[in-house]
Design a binder for this molecule. Sequence first.
Ligand code: UDP
Ligand code: MG
Length: 334
Amino acid sequence: MKLVSVVVPCYNEQEVLPMFYDEITKVTTQMSADFPELTFEYLFINDGSKDNTLAILRSLADRDKRVRYISFSRNFGKESGMYAGLKNARGDYVVVMDADLQHPPAFLPQMYSYVRNGEYDCATTRRVSRKGESKVRSWFARLFYKIMNKISQTEIVDGAQDFRFMTRQMVDAILEMSEYNRFSKGIFSWVGFSVRYIEYENVERPAGSSSWSFWGLFKYSLEGIMAFSTAPLAISSLLGIVSCIIAFILMIITVIKTIVFGEDVAGYPTTICVIFLLSGLQLFCTGILGNYLAKTYLETKHRPIYIASETEEIYRKRKQESSGSAISDNKDKK
Ligand code: UDP
Ligand code: MG
């Protein structure tokens, strides 16, 4: 028998979660019939939701023994959610997918067919369109992939997603990367293995809303660049060298001019411009350096990537105990 763990990070997903559960159970039931060797567990990660997500997860855990969940003590972000899921998954295969049905469960049988015979270690999807997304956002996303792939050795495929069907071997490799600043698109690619891409058209959310603002995505993309490339540091040294060369040329010109035309006190505005330009450049480069230093600082603290406040195990045990004490209470009354 082979166990497949379906890891689902959820943040404020009360509207779609029941729909997702219906959908995924439909698909996995069909898969168990088609591939008798497969059994499933669903591992939901409640990433500090402020709505009824946890209550829904509890009721799912009541109904279905295959449902497991980990509830975070606060919102740690999707990256931490995925890490927690991979770490706690018990399966021989692990699937990571969003709760909002933008990663259609209907792809799972096809994905399994690729990893089943060992030909691939991972099957994943790639959006070929960005339907339903604003033009500006798509343009920036494309720009990000272009820059990222220019300056980083780790290739990040445009449109690749966190919807993955992976073997245990690949999951263990990902877990070995226990860094605090997690950029999954890079991590998935960095570990290598043979990956099969399935192309598909973007699907829109049936309910709820995306928790990514434009600014949030922008910051995330900078994090990604810093996590998988040190090119910005090299660029800042290059800027330094270039301005040194310009300064040197200017120096020679000034000396020659002074010798030929005599002393000249004019040129005050140019001096001011140069001071502003150079100090701006210096601050910019120090900023880049500072950002890397900040990341290193956070890494060296070795803070936990997530903190769980409840799991289905704790919940089930608590329920058992309370129903046990209710029975003994009744006996006492009798
Ligand atoms: N998510 C999460 N923590 C967060 C933000 C999002 O676990 O802080 C989950 C969310 O519930 C969903 C997935 O990550 O299952 C993708 O989020 P979303 O749909 O908001 O992102 P988008 O599809 O717009 O990239
Ligand atoms: Mg989504």
